[in-house]
Design a protein around this ligand. Structure first.
Ligand code: AMP
Length: 190
């Protein structure tokens, strides 16, 4: 099973990704988590990524693409994976096409989580308080929403036009959203 999970910051991608990966026994590849791990470990990649993350901007494509190419080539991805937070730009879509072609595999589909914009900022502010994520100040949260709308939202129509994309209502209780996500995956596999 090879999936992309899309959705704006705060849509619940991390939570839903964990539920899907658990059920299908595939690794969740979250570029945000990989960047955060590198920031915590103060690796050269983390030092570079942090300036972008702290501003709510995207890390440059060449850095992100190289990291994902390396990750998807690892043995645990051979049976499948779920990409959470990648691709986020049209350049990354092109690179992912090439990575998949090089690995001789195909995507099963794309899930797009839809959440009302008012709920997104509220969820992120709550999470910032709970988890103390440095990239979650109110100003940065708003900038991240803008960057998503400008650079990533167009990818939903791109994937809609070219492969199976299912929109999932991400509002409401987490377990209800998870049920809808599983139903959407069943739809993709038909
Ligand atoms: P996330 O946890 O997925 O919202 O990602 C947190 C931050 O990591 C983003 O705001 C970006 O700065 C960076 N990031 C994560 N994924 C990507 C990506 N695919 N392209 C560029 N930057 C990314």
């Amino acid at each position: 099973m090879r999936l992309i999970l899309m959705g704006p910051p705060g849509a619940g991608k991390g939570t839903q990704s964990a539920a899907v990966c658990d059920r299908y026994g595939i690794p969740a590849i979250s570029t945000g988590d990989i960047f955060r791990a590198n920031v915590s470990a103060r690796t050269p990649l983390g030092v570079t990524a942090q300036t972008y993350m702290d501003a709510g901007e995207y890390v440059p494509d060449e850095i992100t693409n190289a990291m994902v190419r390396d990750r998807l080539g690892q043995p645990d991805c051979a049976r499948g994976f779920l990409l959470d937070g990648y691709p986020r730009t049209l350049e990354q879509v092109k690179e992912l096409d090439e990575i998949l072609a090089d690995l001789d595999v195909r995507l099963d589909g794309v899930l797009a989580l839809d959440v009302d914009s008012d709920s997104l900022v509220k969820r992120l502010l709550d999470r910032a308080e709970r988890e103390g994520r440095a990239d979650d100040t109110e100003e940065v949260i708003r900038r991240r929403q803008e960057v998503y709308a400008e650079q990533t939202a167009p990818l939903v129509s791109e994937y809609d036009a070219r492969c199976s994309l299912v929109r999932v209502d991400g509002n409401g209780r987490v377990d209800h959203v998870t049920d809808r996500v599983h139903t959407a995956i069943a739809q993709l596999r038909r």
